[in-house]
Design a protein around this ligand. Structure first.
Ligand SMILES: CC(C)(COP(=O)(O)OP(=O)(O)OC[C@H]1O[C@@H](n2cnc3c(N)ncnc32)[C@H](O)[C@@H]1OP(=O)(O)O)[C@@H](O)C(=O)NCCC(=O)NCCS
Length: 169
């Protein structure tokens, strides 16, 4: 398994991946292709986002690729926290394609993303999930997440907030 950055060579696979989510909201939303007329437009917008163009904070975006060279998951790493990320979004967002869930891939993807956080010198990583997202909470706890509290959004959504320390000893 490896992480790779989005590029034109993944266009067809990326489109298939998005199609597999059907009407479900794709996570991370930065990797959703809807709203873009071409893949180049998507890559351009992602690059602006990665560079921290307002309103975004700087970020990194990766596909998780399996041994068959298939995209099985996607992850976003936000390098800094703004007000929204500190309460609701967290540093990392991830998703696994529906046909590849429950095989340990999200646990592995988060583990790899935490290595990237260490390289980025983010020592305390905040990860959140919806209160009813048992799978995601397990993924976070599998990676050493310690729950701080639950933040309730204006819409009444309950977000569990976990911290993972990736400080080198
Ligand atoms: C949540 C999600 C990322 C989990 O991915 P995954 O690859 O299936 O997770 P894993 O296989 O690593 O499973 C981790 C644990 O969660 C459990 N789990 C996974 N999905 C579950 C579910 N729907 N309900 C209950 N437990 C679940 C697994 O059994 C495993 O348990 P274990 O550690 O005790 O063995 C995936 O379901 C997904 O992409 N969902 C939509 C997007 C999303 O919610 N992203 C997270 C945003 S915070």
């Amino acid at each position: 398994m490896r992480l790779v950055k989005p590029s034109l060579e993944w266009k067809e696979q990326h489109e298939e991946y998005v199609a597999e989510w059907g009407s479900d909201r794709m996570v991370p939303s930065s990797m959703d292709l809807s709203g873009f007329d071409t893949y180049d437009e998507f890559l351009f917008a992602l690059d602006l986002r990665a560079k921290g163009e307002i309103p975004w904070v700087p970020s990194s975006h990766y596909f998780l690729i399996d041994s068959q060279n298939q995209i099985v998951g996607m992850v976003d790493i936000r390098h800094e926290l703004n007000e929204f990320l500190r309460t609701i979004g967290g540093h990392i967002g991830y998703g696994i394609r529906p046909s590849e869930r429950n095989k340990g891939y999200a646990t592995l993807l988060l583990q790899e993303a935490l290595k990237k956080c260490r390289e980025l010198q983010i020592e305390q990583v905040l990860i959140t999930c919806d209160e009813d997202n048992i799978g995601s909470a397990k993924v976070i706890m599998n990676n050493g997440g310690l729950e701080e509290d639950i933040f309730i959004t204006e819409e009444g959504l309950m977000k569990r907030r976990f911290w993972i320390s990736v400080k080198e000893n």
